[in-house]
Ligand binder design. Structure first.
Ligand SMILES: Nc1ncnc2c1ncn2[C@@H]1O[C@H](COP(=O)(O)OP(=O)(O)OP(=O)(O)O)[C@@H](O)[C@H]1O
Length: 264
């Protein structure tokens, strides 16, 4: 008998995940039967060039994507299950905040949707204060969201996602347009959320140097997963100095294989 403790189930488990997008006569298969796992309590980077399917994969995980087939389990439930709503925080590329409300009013509003009722007022207040501090916006709490910079607005969206301390955070290119200091601060926050709160983070980026900051990587290209590995293992396996170089090696290998299989 095997006495070893079983590894905890991954936060996300996908097998043969296929997504078709587009309407009319020519819907396109944008995820082509992909298999991957997102381990719990760690930061998984979803990296690949623009258009490879990162957003589509994330939308499938959070349950907002139509025409999904295959197996996709999230926190032990099928993706899209209503019980998952409060357990997942999702930040899209377009900051979803109300410009005519202040930062705090935005958070109060979303906190009331998430955790309604008078009895929860103290908890909501504490939640909003914590989320503001997490993203370093306490000093801007009374500023109108419409007057904030792009980077500040995306941090408001992140604060909204952090309300209610979700177990899984799905962040679509959260560092786009941020200066290097804010980028570093945000990555530090991601590591704190994983290490101190046990949160699982799935973070997409098309900037390969961000890969080095992740615990695990999912490298994507043209609707397929090229590799799932840690940055160290990927660099070692491809004999590369950086993840970017390793990614390019894997792309070249995949292209050569495809040319062999279909030499037309
Ligand atoms: N609404 C849609 N209808 C049809 N095709 C779509 C739709 N949205 C995206 N696509 C296509 O699906 C593919 C994957 O897009 P997706 O947005 O998932 O890529 P991405 O890797 O997130 O790109 P980016 O980094 O630019 O955000 C692209 O080829 C895109 O053209």
């Amino acid at each position: 008998m095997n006495n070893q403790a079983a590894a905890p189930a991954p936060a996300v488990h996908a097998r043969g995940l296929t997504v078709r997008r587009g309407t009319g006569r020519a819907p396109r298969t944008v995820l082509q039967g992909v298999d991957f796992d997102v381990p719990r309590g760690r930061i998984t980077g979803l990296l690949g060039p623009s258009g490879c399917g990162k957003t589509t994969l994330m939308r499938a995980v959070v349950g907002t994507q139509a025409h999904v087939t295959g197996t996709l389990d999230v926190l032990g439930r099928p993706a899209g299950h209503p019980a998952l709503r409060s357990r997942i925080g999702y930040v899209t590329q377009a900051p979803s905040v109300y410009d005519d409300l202040t930062v705090r009013q935005n958070l109060d509003y979303f906190a009331a949707v998430l955790d309604p009722g008078r009895a929860a007022a103290d908890r909501r207040r504490a939640d909003v204060a914590r989320a503001l501090a997490d993203v370093d916006l306490t000093g801007h709490a009374d500023a109108l969201a419409g007057r904030l910079s792009g980077g500040q607005r995306s941090r408001v969206s992140l604060a909204v996602a952090l309300l209610g301390t979700p177990e899984l955070l799905v962040l679509d290119e959260p560092t786009v347009g941020l200066d290097p200091v804010l980028r570093r601060d945000l990555w530090n926050l991601f590591h704190t959320l994983a290490a101190e709160r046990g949160a699982t983070l799935l973070v997409s980026s098309h900037v390969m140097d961000e890969a080095e900051r992740c615990h695990d990587l999912l490298l994507m290209r043209e609707g397929r997963i090229l590799a799932q590995d840690t940055p160290d293992a990927l660099r070692a396996r491809t004999a590369s100095a950086t993840v970017e170089e390793g990614f390019l090696r894997l792309v070249d290998e995949a292209t050569a294989r495809a040319a062999q299989e279909d030499p037309r």
